[in-house]
Design a binder for this molecule. Structure first.
Ligand SMILES: C[S@@+](CC[C@H](N)C(=O)[O-])C[C@H]1O[C@@H](n2cnc3c(N)ncnc32)[C@H](O)[C@@H]1O
Length: 271
């Protein structure tokens, strides 16, 4: 676990901040999201991740997603041929949005409001494939505990798949935090023990800073992530790095003539 602010404080504070921003995100995106889910099955799963999920086989599977937010990615992934899905997120507001979007996606999905460290035991071994995507790990104060929870939810023989922002990219300031004329330079150290405390809000769609609830996020190294996965008893099956941004946080970096690593897929199996 990282040092600094105690985990319980971080989780409670971050939950308030995510609930605070949820109506703002909905105002900007909810109707578009509903439309895309209804008209374009798989819309929120990009071609790279789609290929990877298909290589693992989706047909008839129960999918799960940690940090599922409004559920758009989970609902899209189910649309690619899975049987059903389970989404986990601690924000009551985003879980409410996810439940409303399920009807538009016309798939079977359950959304569970829970802190990932407290996923109820009735979900043990219920998923064939659990995934997480960009901007999940940075909120989690305890990576080993997070992958213990992931292993628990997946059945033996099932997969845990990460499609995350590359830790190297997180050394840059995200686009929303830079002035228009500010160059994209290395800003954060690669090795950080303390979380970043941020009080300008989470409206990364409009970039507007409204700043009431403070949030904390963590910068993990690739070795932190690999060690936590291995420590949880998961077996690594596939690892790939990419030079595209799979969040909306660092689009500017895609314009570098020499591109840094920007995202990765790490696929593991529960023995
Ligand atoms: C950046 S969003 C993930 C976005 C996702 N990739 C997408 O595009 O929909 C991070 C999510 O993590 C959730 N979250 C943060 N800390 C959590 C925790 N301790 N337990 C459960 N969910 C958490 C937040 O509510 C938020 O919905």
């Amino acid at each position: 676990m990282k040092i600094g602010t105690p985990s319980d404080t971080v989780i409670a504070q971050n939950r308030r901040a995510w609930n605070e921003v949820a109506p703002r995100h909905a105002e900007q995106n909810f109707e578009d999201t509903r439309r895309h889910l209804a008209a374009d099955p798989g819309h929120y799963i990009d071609p790279v991740f789609r290929d990877h999920l298909r290589s693992l086989g989706l047909e008839g599977k129960v999918l799960a997603q940690f940090n599922c937010n409004n559920g758009r990615e989970l609902l899209s992934a189910i649309q690619l041929g899975a049987r059903s899905g389970l989404g986990f997120d601690f924000s009551s507001e985003f879980v409410r949005q996810a439940r409303r979007l399920t009807a538009a996606a016309q798939v079977e999905a359950e959304f569970v409001e829970t802190d990932i460290y407290q996923v109820p035991s009735r979900y043990d071994a219920t998923a064939d494939l659990l995934f997480l995507t960009a901007g999940a790990l940075c909120w989690m104060p305890d990576l080993p505990g997070y992958f213990d929870a992931a292993r628990r939810v997946v059945r033996p023989g099932g997969q845990v798949v990460l499609y995350e922002t590359h830790p190297f990219l997180e050394m840059f300031k995200p686009d929303r935090d830079r002035r228009r004329d500010e160059p994209l330079d290395l800003h954060y150290p690669y090795f950080m023990d303390e979380p970043v405390a941020w009080d300008s809000g989470l409206d990364y769609y409009s970039g507007e800073k409204y700043g009431r609830e403070q949030v904390y996020w963590y910068h993990y190294t690739l070795s932190d992530i690999f060690q936590a996965v291995i420590g949880a008893g998961l077996q690594i099956r596939h690892f790939a790095e990419f030079d595209h941004d799979n969040s909306i946080g660092y689009r500017e970096a895609e314009r570098f003539p020499v591109r840094p690593p920007m995202s990765f897929i790490l696929s593991c199996e529960r023995p």
